[in-house]
Design a protein around this ligand. Sequence first.
Ligand code: ADP
Length: 444
Amino acid sequence: MPKHLRSAWNRTLFRLATLLVIAAVGGWLAGAFWEVLAIGSLCVVVWQFWRLRAVLRRLTARERLQPADGDGVWNELDRLLHRGQMDMRTRKRRLLAMLRAYRAAAAALPDAVVVIDRNTQRAQWFNKAATSLLGLRHPIDLNAPVGERLQPLPMSHWLSAGRNAEPMLDAVSPINPDLRLNLRLIPYSDQYWLLVARDVSKLLRLEEMRRDFVANVSHELRTPLTVVHGYLDMLDADEFPEWKPILDEMQKQSARMTQLVEDLLTLSRLEVQDSLTDESIAMGSMLATLRREAEALSRQRQTIVIEDCGDIDLWGSNKELHSAFSNLVSNAVRYTPVGGTITVSFVREGDGAMLSVRDTGYGIPAAHLPRITERFYRVSTSRSRESGGTGLGLSIVKHVLNLHQARLEIESAVGHGSTFSIHFGPARVHPRESALPYPQSQIA
Ligand code: ADP
């Protein structure tokens, strides 16, 4: 017990004892010892109860307590209660100030923020930007069902999907068709979810401008390049033997530039497409074409192996899938030294299918794998240039696969080779009707 509390106790006990002694002496003098002592004790008990009642009243009255004067244990209790109340008030004031600051910060955010009660799907709070981006108005939309208020945004569907819901969604603003929004649903407690909507119209416009610019530049470059390439092809190097190495290099470089422009145009075209027209792809003849192309590129420097399960075909765009597959095959040939083996296999995978291109080439260090499908990302620029690469092949593959809801997986070990596997879902697979162009496994 602290010292001041101990002395308060002592003082109170001393006072009680003095009172009882006075009562006893008074009673003895008056000849009614027990009666006066009993009355004195009763007064002490009544007084204690009265103080206790006063404390309880002060605690329940929720009014501001006055600091108590005087000593004694009851005054000490009053002082402690007063101090507790002051501490609580200060803490409350600080918390309120913090809450106000948080609310002001959230209100000032350029992104729309809406707190949604997940069970009732009603808006509990929203900031100013929620009015300009989503059309929610104060105070009538407080407690309004967000699904209804934010139509046509798929809010109800999104909230019912719970934690399995897509975390992000791109949509047009419900109040302004020119505004493109990026919406995020963040579950921050079991009851409350946060909807954050960001205006990405400017970003998308810039992205569109970038795409148009690349597409236009590539398109403009195509015609002069065709002319230069054509004239270079017409020049007979045998007539100018001293110019032969220069002419060969010029032809090689102009072919590379033409390929670069073609790849850029392909990428621009794929980027603006949302979907492709599906057709049945005869995988037998597709694999035969891939073999022919690989053999032409390899010129017998590597062994080409084709493995075909023989009983399924794919749904998709023949042209685009051929471009993706042949990019992988041409990479395998270009990045595999003489004597290596390239295996292209097409197999069932559960209800889906997998096409893989495996090589025994240089391999790719693991650190490069996460970025390998980015445009112009190369593991070794010199090796890529030397082999006639544009740095766009895997980007094209990625875009084509996205349009087919397919997934690319890369496994590689430096010095041992790489495997690029494309996984197609069940919706992309159907039984093969034609006769098998290849036996189960055919080795070139
Ligand atoms: P490039 O035209 O340069 O080949 P890609 O986009 O097709 O461009 O490939 C990107 C990079 O990935 C290449 O530069 C190369 O370093 C690496 N790469 C792709 N395929 C293979 C492979 N089969 N073996 C080793 N490296 C590969």
